[in-house]
Ligand binder design. Sequence first.
Ligand code: ZN
Length: 274
Amino acid sequence: MTVDPPFTGPVENRISGIVIDAALEVHRTLGGPGLLESLYEEALACELKLRGLDVKRQWPVPVVYKGNQLKDDLRLDLLVADRVIVECHPALVGSRVDRFQELLNGRLEIAVGLETANPRVLAILNKGMTTDDFARAADYLHAREIDLRTFILLRPPFMTEEAGVEWAHRSLDFAWNCGARVCALIPTRGGNGALEKLAAEGFFHPPKLTSIESTVEYGLNLRRSLVFADLWDLEQFADCNDCFPRRRDRLAEMNLSQTVLPPIDCQRCGHSAA
Ligand SMILES: [Zn+2]
């Protein structure tokens, strides 16, 4: 969860962006969920420091009740650059959110990983969450005017390329119907051992760059939520060195402009993003 307390200017948005990026890196490196919350918190603090941000862990905030300062403080998991609060609870959405809103008079934005709207695959991913749970959490946030940001996996395990693209589209639709303001599209990639094992057994294959492009185009053409493609280590999805740099730059520009740009043609591989 990221919170931009009272000030919601560009500095806080930039910090939030770095926090999301760092959280994705932790997710990629440690895998999960499944590890202790404190490990994710420590790893995230480490990532943020590597990115040059000041991070305070378990930072106490005094709570005053009818003029009396209470003995116990509110503990923030991470306070980044003294401006953005990050909470690492996987099942955060609930009464804790209300407490934050009471104590901080800024606009909250909460990130909840949807991963996929495919119920069967979501169950196999062992998120401990169903699509109904996601929808309920989204309703809860919407009723409190709290922004929702979500992550969607492109071609998670147990899907063909075609099914991976189809379900990424349906997941974007589902996230929009749940009121998500931002959807981050994550091409599923190995790195934690579990996906490599599934790949060896034939149950996982990373998506193609073409699929990443077509899914981002689909999301942007909906003109609903903001759609961002995660471009980290993108070259592993490419199969042509000639057009890859231009295609990566195009996706980066589409992230920034939130518009679909003209396709890149390649003489060598015959690619056309149209
Ligand atoms: Zn090419």
